[in-house]
Design a protein around this ligand. Structure first.
Ligand SMILES: NC(=O)c1ccc[n+]([C@@H]2O[C@H](COP(=O)([O-])OP(=O)(O)OC[C@H]3O[C@@H](n4cnc5c(N)ncnc54)[C@H](OP(=O)(O)O)[C@@H]3O)[C@@H](O)[C@H]2O)c1
Length: 338
């Protein structure tokens, strides 16, 4: 059953559309007003987007007089692609990721590829709830000035919210958002104290601005990052620090392999980009826009949220989700996952 509020809204719209008032002056003004609001919404999105797209990718070393960058989740995927592009610009890099062989291999590969630069590997689990990873991060960076921070590490927990143990959700929230807040607080303070320019970039996601059933925590962490970045951008600009959040479309990385299989993810992975395709667009954006959607899937999703209000979208999802294959698969699972 459709909720009564939606039925009433639909009835009102139909009445307005077919009413003899349609040709009257009052209704004409109403439609003009609606068109103006629509145009304003689209133009204020499209114009900055087009301007940033036309401008060339920036040399962040030059723009921020940067000796060092700090990239979380840089052992693979988007983070590694960012690290490689920063190294090509001559920036030394602190690589942060889980303390595993992948981090060691990435550190060795970059050191080999760019012998003139310095790379520091910090093995840290950013999902630990007491934030103790900050000790290792502060220790590894105490003698250098970090001008560029990429809060990029993240992963997705999938399944029905109630079927996933709470500690898994909380660890995911710590890694995707709380660690980014701790890291940003640490480095932003140092940037302000040094009176030097800087930039802090958050890898958010399309999932942050559309309802994300079966990845409820993930979508919420990304919404947090984008909101946090937008608010901090207003404060930080005053100190010469640029903040932005980017929303990539699906990317072909280890990210999708690590999550439990979802039919919706399989579908979106058909449109996946390569991690190497992202840095140019991200380097175009820093200091020029606060938010940026990256790739066609993100643009289509943004378009849908411009046409259909979030409340209506979530209601439509909630009314139709039980037809999804993911729903049926999740309901077949008997108990909570270990
Ligand atoms: N792939 C996509 O479709 C997509 C789309 C939009 C946004 N994003 C976002 O992009 C970011 C990077 O993802 P990706 O696609 O590059 O995935 P990825 O290849 O899996 O890379 C994720 C990185 O984060 C690290 N990481 C994961 N859990 C960690 C933890 N607890 N502590 C420290 N480091 C941890 C990983 O280390 P290990 O490799 O050692 O686990 C890896 O270096 C994520 O924030 C993700 O949410 C991804």
């Amino acid at each position: 059953m459709l909720p009564r509020s939606m039925l009433l809204t639909a009835a009102l719209l139909l009445f307005l559309y077919f009413s003899p008032l349609l040709r009257s002056g009052v209704t004409w003004i109403t439609w003009q007003l609606a068109a103006a609001i629509g145009a304003l919404s689209i133009l204020t999105y499209a114009l900055p987007y087009l301007v940033v797209s036309i401008l060339p990718p920036q040399n962040l070393k030059k723009k921020y007089d940067a000796d060092w960058a700090f990239v979380t989740g840089s052992s693979s995927g988007i983070g590694r692609a960012l690290a490689e592009r920063l190294a090509l610009q001559g920036v030394n890099i602190v690589l942060v990721a889980l303390d595993d062989q992948l981090l060691k291999d990435t550190h060795a590969a970059l050191t080999n590829q760019f012998p003139q630069l310095k790379f520091r590997a910090v093995g840290a689990d950013l999902s630990v709830s007491d934030g103790s990873y900050m000790t290792a991060i502060a220790q590894a960076t105490k003698d250098i000035h970090v001008s560029l921070v990429f809060n990029n590490a993240g992963y997705m927990v999938t399944g029905f919210f109630r079927q996933v143990p709470l500690n898994k959700h909380l660890a995911n929230i710590e890694c995707n958002t709380v660690s980014a807040v701790r890291i940003t607080h640490h480095f932003f303070q140092r940037m302000v104290d040094s009176k030097r320019k800087g930039a802090i970039v958050f890898t958010s996601s399309v999932a942050g601005y559309i309802p994300s059933p079966f990845a409820t925590g993930y979508g919420a962490t990304k919404a947090f990052l984008s909101s946090f970045a937008a608010s901090l951008a207003v404060e930080a600009r005053h100190y010469g620090v640029d903040i932005c959040a980017v929303h990539p479309s699906p990317v072909n990385s280890r990210f999708l392999d690590k999550a439990d299989k979802l039919d919706s993810l399989e579908f979106t992975s058909q449109f996946a980009y390569r991690p190497e395709d992202l840095p140019d667009d991200i380097f175009r954006t820093v200091g020029r826009a606060v938010w940026r959607d990256l790739g066609g899937f993100a643009l289509v999703a943004r378009g849908v949220t411009k046409l259909i209000d979030y409340n209506a979208l979530a209601t439509i999802f909630s009314l139709t989700a039980h037809n999804m294959k993911d729903w049926k698969m999740a309901t077949q699972r008997s108990g909570p996952k270990s």
